[in-house]
Design a protein around this ligand. Structure first.
Ligand code: GLU
Length: 416
């Protein structure tokens, strides 16, 4: 892995695009920097009575086009630098999709697998209270990310509502459907990945029914991406993995069965109908489409030469380093970048927020159709910029996004 920090790598992606645009250096500097960074250290009483202090972050990168929007992750490796990079990416993701949002992200440095459910609840409620000073349905709207889910969002919503004295559904998205959540939100990121995988196959002239796909990461994104790619595109999902390793079957998996197995056993590695492989081996399989849907930095200078997929569709945030990007682009591998490929989640989060503000809820078909239409529209917009500038898809997506945020910033003017 490279020596650069994640935020530095993210800024490098931005700089690559900015250098091709007519962007004033002062404005570029405004757009690169996070607007607000909040660090909180907070105590949580553990089940055995002792108190542990945790560190958490909420970063609002940019709010020129609307409230900050982005998830909160729980992971032992969370750092301020990582949260800054993730918030930065959210700004460009919401802009690529033309959502009326800026970008934000949060995280708590914790291994949630070590916590009991009640410890997790106390940690979630205290963290949300701590960041409440900058959160609000018109300021900054959190959502799920790595290791957080609808249950955690319900605690967040309740905590905020208790603190302000009335129920505020629009404070977070990704809530349970029975509690102001949107139908289709849970599958949304995976559905967006499926749409992008299908469109990437179109671009490359690959018949989806004959295509093979490998998915790294079998959390919310990986599971739904694999399921929908196999069920709706008819492609063969031949490999999947989680943090413990992967499995491979050239005949393709029954993904529904695999998801049930993962829920029961907590991992896919012991699933009997496949050969065990490592995460590294999965990335280098000879497949048509590779979906990295785990953590950052999976594809780097050390393995990019050995990637054999014809297209990489980024389900995770930041799975490809800038060095790897150059290698993949030189080798003619199409990379559908994270800020487009995994934007289905935040797009349905937008639908959820709109439904909450209106107290008027959509049916599942309405959500799916609107999402698929917006994903296709954004993919085509990015392809047009790609052709115009003769660049890779990531740079094209940045050009499109930077243009929108730069316009908003300039039109609003620098206050005072
Ligand atoms: N955490 C997701 C992402 O990285 C979703 C964010 C949201 O829905 O606000 O895009």
């Amino acid at each position: 892995m490279s020596e650069k920090s994640l935020y530095e790598m993210a800024v490098e992606q931005f700089n690559r695009a900015a250098s091709l645009m007519d962007l004033e250096p002062d404005l570029a500097e405004v757009l690169r920097r996070p607007k607000r960074v909040l660090i909180v250290e907070f105590p949580v009483r553990m089940d055995d009575g002792h108190v542990e202090v945790f560190t958490g972050y909420r970063v609002q990168h940019n709010v020129a086009r609307g409230p900050a929007k982005g998830g909160i992750r729980y992971h032992p490796d969370v750092t301020l630098d990582e949260v800054k990079a993730l918030a930065f990416w959210m700004t460009w993701k919401t802009a690529v999709m033309n959502l009326p949002f800026g970008g934000g992200k949060g995280g708590v440095k914790v291994d949630p697998k070590r916590l009991s459910r009640s410890e997790l609840e106390r940690l979630s409620r205290r963290f949300f209270s701590e960041i409440q000073v900058i959160i609000g349905p018109y300021n900054d709207i959190p959502a799920p990310d790595v290791n957080t889910n609808a249950d955690v969002m319900a605690w967040y919503m309740d905590t905020y509502s208790m603190n302000v004295g009335h129920t505020v559904l629009g404070i977070v998205t990704g809530k349970p459907v029975e509690l102001g959540g949107s139908k289709g939100r849970e599958e949304a990121t995976g559905r967006g990945v499926k749409v992008c995988a299908g469109l990437a196959m179109d671009v490359l002239g690959i018949d989806p029914k004959k295509a093979t796909v490998a998915v790294q990461g079998f959390g919310n994104v990986g599971q739904f991406a694999a399921l929908l790619i196999s069920q709706e595109l008819g492609s063969k999902v031949v490999a999947v993995s989680d943090s413990r390793g992967g499995i491979y079957n050239p005949e393709g998996f029954d993904v529904e069965e695999l998801i049930r197995y993962k829920k029961e056993h907590g991992t896919v590695v012991t699933y009997p109908k496949g050969e065990r492989i490592t995460n590294e081996e999965l990335l280098e399989l000879d497949v048509d489409i590779l979906v990295p849907a785990a953590l950052e930095g999976a594809i780097h200078a050390g393995n990019a030469e050995r990637i054999k997929a014809k297209a990489v569709v980024e389900g995770a945030n930041g799975p490809t380093t800038p060095e790897a990007d150059e290698i993949l682009s030189r080798r003619g591998i199409l990379v559908v970048p994270d800020i487009l490929a995994n934007a289905g989640g935040v797009t349905v989060s937008y639908f959820e927020w709109v439904q909450d503000l209106q107290s008027f809820f959509w049916d599942l078909d309405q959500v799916r159709n609107a999402l698929e239409k917006m994903m296709k529209g954004a993919f085509n917009d990015v392809m047009k910029v790609k052709e115009k500038y003769n660049v890779d898809m990531r740079t094209a997506a940045y050009i499109l996004a930077i243009d929108r945020v730069a316009y908003a910033t300039k039109k609003r003017g620098i206050y005072p």
